[in-house]
Design a protein around this ligand. Structure first.
Ligand code: HEM
Ligand code: HEM
Length: 225
């Protein structure tokens, strides 16, 4: 089972992740329509691209936008969660060992204490993100089983990864479960809301273009609409 998951399973899951996400990105851009979206993408590319980068940049900074400032607790949860879910898969020493051995390349590895802190940060923030959906009426009304499934898929590799890290329970069982959850997560990214890993940048960029061109950016410069 271990050989299957770290051999063909690893290739397949990384392959589906990369190809699937590329297809989602291409379909998104092909689906843009300046008339339906009412965004003058091609007519004013300079103002548009400036607006796109501006919007993405400020959304990636904690408290960088008004929406981040109005919900400070959510902002902290969100950033602690995302720093971990992005950095741990890529920069954990144990992961890079496997990448180097199986795929012949690896990223830089982070210090183990930093990795532990980040992993616990993900667990704690995932608990609060789940509670937030259960408790706050304005979020609860929008939440379905699908939202909880996405949170579960994201947190499962962290729970099982930490069980292995601290050698709690049967290591052989939990490491297989860990790799299985990790690969299920990778495969589900292109097919679910987790595709926001890429689509966040595209939709944010698209909105930023709208603001950069039409809604403010070129106001008073003779723009027809
Ligand atoms: C897909 C293939 C994956 C493989 C082969 C793999 C393998 C491993 C291995 C060998 C360990 C070390 C366990 C130990 O300390 O004995 C580990 C730890 C861990 N992995 Fe993975 N993993 C995978 C995917 C993921 C993903 C996608 C995530 C998160 C999204 C993840 C999160 C973690 C965490 C949080 C730990 C423990 C971190 C710590 O040491 O503090 N893994 N993984
Ligand atoms: C560059 C990478 C990423 C970006 C820019 C990004 C951005 C975002 C944004 C903007 C939201 C919406 C926050 C809100 O409700 O206001 C979100 C939610 C979420 N993201 Fe990401 N994300 C990224 C990577 C990831 C990864 C790798 C995972 C998991 C493995 C993940 C899991 C989630 C989950 C579970 C939620 C929903 C949290 C909730 O239930 O409220 N994200 N992300």
């Amino acid at each position: 089972m271990y050989d299957l998951l770290t051999g063909p399973g690893l290739w397949l899951s990384i392959g589906i992740f990369l190809v699937g996400l590329t297809v989602r990105g291409v379909l998104y851009v092909k689906g843009l329509n300046w008339q339906l979206d009412r965004v003058a993408y091609r007519a004013h590319p300079k103002a548009g691209i400036r607006g796109a980068f501006r919007s993405i940049f400020f959304w990636l900074i904690p408290f960088g936008t008004r929406s981040w400032q109005t919900q400070p607790f959510m902002t902290v949860l969100f950033f602690v969660f995302h720093i971990g879910v992005i950095c741990i898969p890529l920069f954990l020493y144990a992961h890079n060992l496997i990448l180097a051995e199986k795929l012949g390349f690896s990223f830089v590895s982070m210090n183990q204490t930093v990795a532990d802190v980040m992993s616990w940060g993900v667990i704690v923030s995932a608990v609060f993100l789940t509670l937030r959906r259960l408790v706050l009426p304005e979020v609860r009304i929008l939440s379905t089983a699908y939202d909880y499934l996405i949170l579960f898929l994201s947190a499962a590799p962290f729970v099982t990864g930490l069980l292995c890290r601290y050698e709690i329970g049967n290591y052989e069982f939990f490491i297989i479960l860990h790799i299985l959850f990790g690969e299920i997560l990778l495969i589900s990214i292109p097919f679910t809301k987790l595709s926001h890993i890429l689509l966040f940048f595209l939709s944010r960029g698209q909105l930023g273009m709208d603001f950069g061109i039409k809604r403010g950016g070129m106001k008073g410069k003779g723009l027809a609409w």
